[in-house]
Design a protein around this ligand. Structure first.
Ligand code: PMV
Length: 344
């Protein structure tokens, strides 16, 4: 079968997903909203082959073993089931950004893998939502988003483009993400203040499983529809002040859950808090800037395009900030020209 390459962007959650109501299916406890990150990407090539006796996976030039290989293989098993094939696959995946440091590499990884693997397995999918040709019922963008979710929850939000909402849903087929506004709707920028590129000690899969041990999680989940409404409206109306207040509240709530879990999870470093304090002060002074933090120490500083140069300049002056990566709003997962096979 032919090799297929797909590209997907990571995303930064404005309203966070933390905790599952069904761990096996990755059905989230609450809905979430995110923005895709342009310029950062995972490219993944997949080829199913008769000659293989097991899946062979290379990530950023290193052959995968153990849990990492098992997670990808389990995902490919779902694809084989859907496509009705038995061949194992070569998978080669490259990130253009550091893995495991709060830049949601698993989101772009499983989104790119879902698209490349389904196409390589012969399932006809159009990420633009066009009906499938060879698969009944149509294997459309929603089905692709559901599949990506099985690899990593937030990956379902890297399938559609721009500003994206993942409706929590109630079952395997209605828990998927769709676009609420295209990339050119609002020229926001994510200035990622990297304070560490080390691999985090507790991955998000383990973290989700701990969420319910925090006393705060039930209230966080109960209040999620309110935060989702405010965030969705702020995006649709391009209301920066409203967006800033709700995404900071949501990020603080998620980290409060993490810090009050059993055992507690502390993702922040001293420089993380320094950036938070700086951003709050800069906004009070009139700069259109706010922060949100995923399961890692790096701070995603969201600003308007007009505030980007000033934001980056100020962030660079904070002790402990090693580097700043800026990303505009990114598009949907898509197929790319395939110059090589995964074995090269
Ligand atoms: O998709 P996962 O299992 O890596 O979880 C993502 C969790 C957060 O990044 C912390 C929040 C989110 O909604 O992306």
């Amino acid at each position: 079968m032919l090799p297929i390459t797909a590209l997907a962007h990571p995303n930064i959650a404005f309203i966070k997903y933390w905790g599952n109501k069904n761990e096996g299916l990755r059905l989230p406890s609450n809905g979430s909203i995110s923005m895709n990150l342009d310029g950062l990407e995972t490219r993944t090539t997949v080829q199913f082959e008769d000659s293989l006796s097991a899946d062979e996976v290379t990530i950023n030039g290193k052959l995968s073993h153990g849990d990492e290989l098992q997670r990808v293989s389990k995902f490919l098993e779902e694809v084989r089931k859907l496509a009705g094939i038995r061949q194992f696959a070569w998978v080669k995946s490259e990130n253009s950004f550091p893995t495991g440091a709060g830049i949601a590499s698993s989101a772009s990884a499983f989104a790119a893998l879902a698209l490349a693997a389904t196409r390589a397995a012969g399932l006809e999918i159009s990420p633009d939502g066009e009906a499938a040709v060879h698969h009944e019922p149509p294997f459309d963008q929603a089905a692709l988003s559901c599949l990506a979710r099985r690899g990593s929850g937030s990956a379902c939000r890297s399938i559609p483009g721009g500003f994206v909402e993942w409706a929590a849903g109630t079952n395997d087929r209605d828990s998927f993400a769709s676009s609420i506004a295209p990339p050119d709707h609002w020229d926001l920028v994510d200035c990622i203040a990297l304070v560490s590129t080390d691999q985090k000690s507790t991955g998000s899969s383990e973290g989700h499983a701990l969420a319910g041990t925090s006393l705060i999680q039930a209230s966080r989940v109960e209040d999620a529809p309110r935060r989702l409404d405010i965030c969705r409206c702020a995006i649709l109306e391009r209301n920066f002040t409203s967006l800033a207040e709700i995404i900071e509240e949501d990020s603080n709530l998620m980290h409060a859950v993490m810090m009050s879990s059993h055992p507690p999870l502390f993702y922040w470093q001293p420089a993380t808090l320094a950036v938070i304090m700086f951003v709050r002060e800069a906004r009070a002074q009139g700069l259109q800037v706010c922060y949100t933090i995923d399961a890692g120490p790096n701070v995603h500083v969201i600003c308007t395009a007009a505030a980007e140069v000033e934001t980056s300049r100020l962030l660079a002056g904070i002790s402990g900030v090693q580097e700043i990566r800026s990303a505009k709003v990114g598009g949907a997962a898509r197929l790319v020209e395939n110059p090589s096979t995964p074995k090269d």
